[in-house]
Ligand binder design. Structure first.
Ligand code: FE2
Length: 240
């Protein structure tokens, strides 16, 4: 894959779905910025919280938001794949999560709890991967490394055939760059996403993150990440 064929796996680009874009106009400008960076496909990973919506309710809201955006979408902007950033919830491994996966795939973008993870939570992830056969991508793992115990659990989870999707912004800040690079190197499937929410504080910034990866981990590593993104967004079954 070359520049001009990039995928941003993590974007809050659908209007009024969550704390991301608050209007169709903002969504369009976010997509223009993605296109300027060579992105041709974005995964619309609106937050999914089980305590707020059933899966069916979320999908209906998401379809309506997408329709509004699609009606205004001119030629030449990135294609939008429906997806979700699924916050961990108890017994999630017992549910059919396929409507929340990246459209057309078994790729589940999973946000772990912002607390010390329990055995039960880690085992749920293992079940999702090994028994339910989801292609699990842990989003921004760098944001959970605040405790020794989570760091250890993350190392254990990274041994599974799962993706670790680091945020581009974490590579751009000195305070988090080292950790973000370490996690990319730890991952079976290292991935990058912008996790863009708007045009100001959390803008589309995949290109800048890629530049850091290229400088620090090399061109081959960058290509491997691109292939992983391609697999996550396009393929039903990952090669494990
Ligand atoms: Fe996000």
């Amino acid at each position: 894959m070359q520049d001009g064929y990039l995928i941003d796996l993590h974007c809050h680009v659908l209007p009024k779905m969550d704390d991301g874009s608050d209007s169709v106009e903002m969504s369009l400008e976010m997509l223009r910025r993605e296109a300027e960076q060579g992105v041709v496909t974005v995964c619309a990973t609106s937050h999914y919280y089980a305590r707020q919506n059933s899966i069916a309710e979320f999908c209906a809201r998401r379809a309506a938001a997408y329709e509004k955006l699609a009606a205004a979408l001119p030629e030449g902007l990135p294609r939008v794949l429906l997806a979700a950033e699924v916050a961990y919830f108890p017994r999630m491994e017992e549910q059919d999560l396929s409507p929340l996966c990246i459209q057309g795939t078994r790729t589940l973008m999973l946000e772990m709890p912002f607390s010390d993870w329990t055995d039960l939570q880690v085992e749920a992830v293992e079940t999702l991967v090994l028994d339910r056969r989801y292609n699990v991508v842990l989003v921004h793992p760098e944001r959970f490394c605040f405790s020794k115990s989570n760091q250890q659990r993350l190392v254990r989870l990274a041994q599974l055939p799962i993706g670790l999707q680091v945020n581009a912004g974490s590579l751009l800040r000195w305070s988090t760059r080292h950790l973000a690079l370490e996690l990319l190197e730890l991952a079976s499937y290292p991935m990058l996403g912008s996790d863009c929410h708007n045009l100001s504080s959390r803008p589309p910034n995949l290109k800048e993150g890629r530049t850091v990866v290229q400088k620090k981990l090399g061109e081959r590593f960058l290509r491997r990440m691109d292939e992983n993104a391609e697999q996550a967004a396009r393929e039903r079954e990952w090669s494990r």
